[in-house]
Design a protein around this ligand. Structure first.
Ligand SMILES: [Fe+2]
Length: 423
């Protein structure tokens, strides 16, 4: 059985099944291991780990370890109670054009941006400077799309590709960071600078020895120290470009710093991490957690969001976490949800200020049969029979693996905005 336990309560002989922490901020790869000695526990505490998952079928159990399901439901309940009544960014203008019209444009913007980042990595690797103008234009296109319709790029950032992780990740982090920044009232030049830093936040990885970043096994302590230098390398590359504002360099420099001082490279604390570092730190970890990689299965967005919520005040600034959840919704795009109509659906976009009532794409009927075509419904729609306030409500989040839903397929097969009657 998988249980959660505080790191200080770990005992030698327990089997850690998940470190429950942002992947690249700990040196214990791979992500599963037996606790070998007190030294392991000390290192985990030094990395800022608070809680880990243990598998009691493969190692020792403890009365101090709690069942995962109970812990998850409690966190979900706390998060909903804490955030559901909160007003979303009041200054945020309504979307200028509908999602369906923006999506094709956003897709082109996303693909172009990915190509620009790929070219930048290749240029820098072969000794050329960063193309500041190219990065600037790319971010302008991303920002314009977000202001036309903020759900379009956000939903594209959920459709993960197994290929070219670094380039997709760079754009996803920029999209998440820009959305969060807009929610926080950051605009114009500052938004542009944040975006440029975000698309280039991992550029310093080109200075790493060949194969190190892709290494599937555990980093040695020495290797981990080298990995950490990608932050400063990235900042220097931006400063050396000569045609980029120096503020952009704060993103690569600080995106691995943590609010509680457990990050790197300078172990900054609190607001010293800076707005750009605090924003991109959350975006970076959230995207990394939700993406499949050869050595790590991506977690569903709602699970990643709950973990982000739990790190408010430790890894992340609590206000930034609240804004991030308001921005993504309590059921982020890509979450699989069970409805009170007994249908199964995938969240496809958020409704402003309605964290619990997003648009969903109905995938399965109450009898379990797949819908064809797939219908998009607005969970704000009232019950046509007037027997309850809404036609459909989320009953709970489901594990896509357990209910046999291919989220990627559902999200890429456009829904029809004309729903079957709720039963
Ligand atoms: Fe990084």
């Amino acid at each position: 059985m998988i249980k959660r336990i505080r790191v200080e309560n770990l005992e030698v002989g327990m089997f850690i099944s998940d470190f429950n922490t942002p992947y690249l901020s700990h040196p214990f790869l791979p992500n599963r291991r037996r606790v070998g000695g007190a030294g392991d526990i000390d290192r985990m505490l030094r990395c800022g780990m608070k809680e880990v998952m243990i598998d009691t079928s493969r190692g020792r159990d403890s009365s101090k370890a709690l069942g995962l399901y109970e812990v998850d439901r409690q966190v979900e309940k706390d998060m909903i109670e804490d955030l559901q009544g909160e007003d979303e960014a009041p200054a945020l203008a309504p979307d200028a054009i509908p999602l369906a019209r923006e999506l094709p444009k956003a897709r082109r913007v996303y693909q172009d941006a990915r190509q620009v980042v790929k070219d930048q990595f290749e240029d820098v690797r072969t000794g050329h400077p960063v193309d500041g103008e190219g990065a600037h234009e790319t971010v302008k296109d991303l920002v314009d799309s977000i202001f036309r319709n903020r759900n379009a790029l956000l939903s594209l950032s959920r459709i993960k590709s197994f290929d070219e992780y670094t380039f997709n990740h760079s754009i996803n982090v920029a999209v998440l960071a820009l959305n969060l920044a807009v929610h926080m009232g950051i605009l114009d030049q500052e938004l542009q600078r944040l975006g440029v830093g975000a698309v280039l936040h991992d550029l310093g990885k080109v200075r790493m020895p060949d194969g190190l970043i892709q290494k599937p096994g555990r980093f040695s302590d020495t290797e981990y120290e080298v990995v950490k230098t990608h932050a400063a390398h990235g900042a220097k590359l931006i400063l050396d470009a000569g045609n980029l504002p120096k503020e952009c360099a704060a993103v690569p420099m600080n995106h691995h710093e943590r609010y509680d001082g457990t990050g790197y490279p300078r172990h900054l604390t609190g607001l010293k991490v800076g707005k750009f570092g605090l924003i991109t730190g959350i975006a970076d970890v959230y995207d990394a957690m939700t993406t499949n990689r050869p050595y790590q299965k991506g977690m569903p967005p709602d699970v990643a969001l709950r973990m982000t919520y739990q790190w408010a005040g430790t890894h992340f600034h609590p206000i930034y976490v609240r804004k991030f959840i308001q921005c993504l919704g309590i059921f982020p795009v890509g979450s699989v949800v069970g409805l009170d109509s007994d249908e199964v659906a995938v969240v496809v976009r958020q409704n402003r200020g309605e964290l619990l009532r997003p648009w969903v794409r109905l995938a399965r009927a109450p009898n379990g049969a797949p819908y064809s075509p797939l219908f998009d419904v607005d969970l704000r729609d009232p019950d046509p029979r007037g027997e309850k306030p809404f036609a459909r409500s989320v009953k709970g989040v489901l594990d896509p693996g357990r209910c046999d839903i291919d989220v990627h397929q559902v999200m890429t097969s456009g829904g029809v905005e004309d729903s079957p009657q709720a039963t």
